[in-house]
Design a protein around this ligand. Structure first.
Ligand code: FE
Length: 128
């Protein structure tokens, strides 16, 4: 399955999830992590072509397995009883997750485009 995950610089590839850690992440503070798709180059958001979900994982330093921090589903993509792209409701593929940890480690995001498949992105989580 790992061969199905695609990876590229998010500044050049609109599918790569972007992970942004809010300033001040620390052992005694709530950690805020925003994950989005299409930050630099917007991804289409239509009934026919859209981002379905994003998941965020955290691998603490020295651990073998990651924790799943959360998952966000994006379920409105313009469809209504009148047909595709008629509802005017489109969920933006962006989510903010909050969690605590006392260990630094690696943040990993996965996203899924209904046309272009699975994508991954990574970021380090350092703690003050
Ligand atoms: Fe796509």
């Amino acid at each position: 399955m790992k061969e199905l995950f695609q990876n590229a610089d998010w500044k050049k590839e609109k599918h790569t999830p972007v992970i942004e850690v809010a300033a001040g992440a620390g052992k005694k503070r709530l950690i805020e992590v925003a994950v989005s798709v299409g930050k630099e180059i917007p991804h289409p958001n239509t009934t026919a072509h859209h981002i379905c979900w994003i998941e965020l994982y955290f691998l603490a330093e020295g651990e073998k397995n990651p924790c799943q921090v959360g998952r966000a589903e994006f379920n409105a993509h313009g469809a209504s009883v009148q047909g595709p792209d008629t509802s005017t409701v489109y969920t933006k593929p962006e989510a903010v997750f909050y969690f605590n940890t006392e260990k630094p480690g690696k943040l990993m995001a996965a996203s899924f485009c209904n046309i272009h498949g699975l994508w991954e992105g990574e970021a380090d989580l350092g703690l003050v």
